[in-house]
Design a binder for this molecule. Structure first.
Ligand SMILES: *[C@@H]1O[C@H](CO)[C@@H](O)[C@H](O)[C@H]1NC(C)=O
Ligand SMILES: *[C@@H]1O[C@H](CO)[C@@H](O)[C@H](O)[C@H]1NC(C)=O
Ligand SMILES: *[C@@H]1O[C@H](CO)[C@@H](O)[C@H](O)[C@H]1NC(C)=O
Length: 386
């Protein structure tokens, strides 16, 4: 029996993790409710951190959503507008950015014109105060301005605009993080451990010298900006989790110091992260969700805990709790740093949802179906074994 269970779970992990988790994403809204998008064809609101230890999330699947059949899907919070922007969620229309209006519980679709920007290979942040995305792709920095977009799309396509070539060596795999409206580039070849290279958004300027921030390794990893509790304040810190998951570094760009929290329990170089003002959430490539409590400048003694409320709906689905085998091998996917929204309001023209109705199950490949079936079998076996 145990052997069968292992077999089933291995099959399950190998078939479903790659296809599903990288097509899904998690994000917070401006009230720090945690959202899970593209989980087996549905979207959920898991509520605030105090409710994650049990219960079930609220399904919010609505028309106009993307099919969540893309690769390296990423979500970004525009904090000022309480809107979540989603990239790479529609394999048929890769240049579309989908906008979820949290207040209206509705979707709209923003067309973009990529030009030379490669949507299959980039890392991006959403600047907090300008609502402009910046992305590094193949060594070139681009921006996509959502200034004026707020909570719904406009009818005109928005261009991805080439800013300039980044002054970093060819082949640099971007590790980008946003704080104080500065983009911090970690792991730039030739830059010392503990230092970041900086692009100053407001002056569209790459700082010539790296900035020392304390003690963190010069290695590839994932990042997420940490929001502040005070409403709409720009982030002052970001988390950096190296690919080996050994620690969770918190880099403060005001004090120029780094603290560390426990490394995530699930070591997964392909995991992605999204922080609120009080928690950092990890979403692994096999669909597991956990979090560590942390507030800017606060207690660093927290530990990582599974988000139970999402386990029954997560892409790996409920069986995984019993799960033998380690972390999913899977493919991967570095999804971009997270982050945030902006100042200034401005007219929001509403509009546009493409006709993709709810559930994008159709093209979503057999593996998902199998994955769900596998999860059921797994769950059943787990019950039998108990
Ligand atoms: C997904 O991201 C990974 C890591 O950046 C990259 O190697 C891969 O080519 C991307 N795949 C697609 C289809 O975008
Ligand atoms: C952090 O470094 C910057 C750039 O060197 C400097 O302007 C700032 O004063 C430093 N902050 C502190 C608190 O030392
Ligand atoms: C925005 O809305 C205004 C008023 O409804 C309309 O005149 C204008 O054409 C719209 N612009 C776009 C880009 O949709």
């Amino acid at each position: 029996m145990a052997r069968l269970l292992t077999l089933v779970s291995l099959l399950f992990l190998s078939l479903s993790s790659t296809a599903v988790a990288s097509s899904s994403c998690v994000a917070f809204d401006s009230s720090w409710n945690l959202y899970a998008f593209g989980f087996n064809g549905k979207d959920y609101n898991a509520g605030t951190m105090d409710t994650w230890s049990s219960g079930t999330p609220t399904e919010i699947t609505a028309s106009g959503r993307p099919p969540f059949d893309g690769t390296n899907t990423t979500c970004y919070l525009a904090q000022f507008f309480n809107a979540i922007y989603v990239m790479n969620a529609d394999s048929s229309n890769p240049s579309n950015v989908y906008i979820y209006d949290v207040g209206g519980k509705s979707w709209s679709t923003q067309a973009t014109t990529p030009g030379s920007f490669d949507l299959s290979d980039f890392d991006a942040i959403l600047d907090h105060d300008t609502n402009v995305f910046y992305a590094l792709s193949k060594g070139e920095l681009f921006f996509l301005s959502f200034d004026g977009i707020t909570t719904s799309a406009k009818s005109d396509a928005i261009p991805w605009t080439d800013v300039q070539k980044a002054p970093y060596p060819d082949g640099y795999q971007p590790v980008m993080a946003l704080a104080q409206n500065h983009i911090h580039f970690l792991d730039v070849p030739g830059t010392a451990a503990g230092s970041a290279d900086i692009f100053v958004i407001h002056f569209s300027f790459f700082q010539p010298d790296a900035q020392p921030y304390g003690d963190f390794p010069a290695t590839h990893g994932q990042t997420t900006s940490i929001f502040l509790s005070e409403s709409n304040q720009v982030q002052q810190e970001f988390a950096f989790i190296p690919d080996d998951g050994s620690k969770t570094y918190i880099i403060n760009v005001e004090s120029n110091t780094t603290q560390s929290l426990a490394g995530p329990t699930n070591k997964d170089a392909a995991a992605t992260y999204f922080a609120s003002d009080s928690a950092i959430v990890q979403f692994t490539s096999s669909g597991q969700l956990s979090y560590i409590p942390y507030k800017t400048g606060g207690d660093t003694s927290g530990s990582w805990t599974t988000i139970q409320k999402l386990t029954s709906v997560a892409p790996t689905s409920s069986g995984s709790g019993s799960g033998s085998s380690g972390s999913a091998s899977g493919t991967s996917t570095a999804r971009g740093g997270s982050s945030t929204g902006t100042g200034g309001s401005s007219g929001s023209n509403s509009t546009t949802s493409n006709g993709n109705g709810a559930m994008g199950v159709a093209e979503r490949s057999v593996s998902v179906v199998f994955g769900m079936g596998g999860a059921l079998i797994l769950g059943t076996l787990a019950v039998l074994l108990c």
